[in-house]
Design a protein around this ligand. Sequence first.
Ligand code: MG
Length: 380
Amino acid sequence: MTLRVDEIVLRELRIGLVRPFRTSRVVTTERRICLLEFRSGGATLGWSECVAGEVPDYTAETIDTAWHALTRWLVPGVLGKPFATLRDVEDSMAFVRGHQMAKAAIEMGFQALSARRRGLSLSEHLGGKRDRVATGASLGIDDDLGRLVQRATDAVSEGYARLKVKIQPGRDYEPVMRTRDAVGPDVPLAADANGAYGIGDFEDIVRLDDADLLLLEQPFPPDQLTAHASLQAAMRAPIGLDESIESPADVSTMVALGAGRVVNIKPGRVGGLGPAKRIHDLCEEHGIPVFCGGMLETGVGRAYNRALAALPNFTIPGDLYPASTYLEMDIVRGGAVLDAGTVGVPAAPGLGVEVDVDRVESLTVRSESLAASSVGGRPD
Ligand code: MG
């Protein structure tokens, strides 16, 4: 069964956040969402989301670099081509280095399309066995510690299965300890630095062991694997790598160096669901648990994440909280609903959520359609 797409429509949507989200690197107040609509024969086949942000703070990609890579090289390279396998879709984009989130938007759209053709939910198609997955809440940096603690205790009473506090140098020990004291010893608590620390901060970071952390996520910049290894040797808390892991090879390096004991998998960061599953499987072979991170996606991106997180080695609660908790409005029907610290895995064939096309149109600020005939493709 070949997979073929004749037209891809890119749209940029703007959606405000319910409250600003602050990490060690940027404050986000509005999301610029890049949505891809896959079409053939004039009909919509499916949707995907490119999760690149507004600013190159997480990886080097932004929505604007992704838009460029997609329209200039990646979309023209897949339109009108009959792909025998999903690996062929990946391979067709391999001549482009980097641009993982742009590639992932295409690869994931094809994955959902393949699942639908097989009559399977995306999760079943990937090999997932669960119908619900555990989610935590992620709390941005807040200089008002009373408000931070209130939000933490609110999240616990809403039933979230884990808390994650964003930290940066000088805004770490006190907010983490205040949170730990407020929620008690039994709530799994993580801290995420988004690579904000330097090796000179070593002693300050090690003190965070006082909070009995579930994990400490990405203390050092992405390329500093040996620094992570030194820290892991000195710390009780498992180090979880996020930005450092872009491929299975990065997992092998992490394991060889002892640079971490947990991996945060985001399909956008690693180039799609195929690479995400290979990272998942490699981690499982090495006894390394994984969790699914988030990129403040709409319900489209979140549906992909929920499907991925149903794989068996996702044993740590992810950042799968409903898009409606941080976006002023969502663009899907059938988005995640929190229940006892879990969200459902979409069960319908394909992506399993319905895109609200009228809402998408009303939020669109620019669009560009690329069709096989206009980029030199040819019919079978
Ligand atoms: Mg992270």
